[in-house]
Design a protein around this ligand. Structure first.
Ligand SMILES: Nc1ncnc2c1ncn2[C@@H]1O[C@H](COP(=O)(O)OP(=O)(O)OP(=O)(O)O)[C@@H](O)[C@H]1O
Ligand SMILES: [Mg+2]
Length: 121
């Protein structure tokens, strides 16, 4: 079973193309779910910063070894039988086009991807 926590702060406003941002988040959610075939915890958090808002998606799947953390943003890098390896490169492209970024880190157990977006206004 997958439990989902969504922490929403209605005051957070970002400068972004809604559909593109949705595409990025859907890619991350889909990757996380695929890494937890037997269930786990999927967490989405939005945090307010000085000039940026960060949105993090974390899971309790297999995680990403440190030496693979750059590779996963390269086109066609995939460890999945039916994967194309284009999800994360697209996320990276969309985020940098927004003046933001996507970074991968380590969570207690699993992976965490953090989106950095400029605030609106
Ligand atoms: N949350 C995650 N936990 C562990 N590994 C991950 C996670 N997200 C991505 N990866 C690793 O990074 C690789 C690249 O991800 P990416 O989304 O670019 O491609 P894909 O999911 O393999 O295929 P596609 O998204 O094109 O269907 C994955 O194959 C997987 O090995
Ligand atoms: Mg993917």
């Amino acid at each position: 079973m997958i439990t989902q926590h969504v922490k929403v702060d209605s005051e957070l406003r970002v400068q972004a193309d809604k559909d593109k941002l949705k595409q990025v988040i859907m890619n991350l959610l889909s990757n996380s779910v695929q890494e937890m075939p037997d269930g786990g915890e999927l967490r989405v958090e939005a945090l307010d910063g000085d000039r940026h808002v960060t949105i993090s998606v974390s899971d309790t799947g297999g995680g990403i070894p440190a030496d693979k953390r750059e590779k996963i943003f390269e086109p066609f890098y995939t460890l999945k039988k039916t994967g194309t390896g284009l999800g994360l490169p697209l996320c990276k492209k969309i985020m940098t086009a927004h003046g933001g970024d996507i970074v991968v880190g380590d969570s207690d157990k699993g992976a965490v991807f953090t989106l950095v977006l400029p605030k609106r206004g």
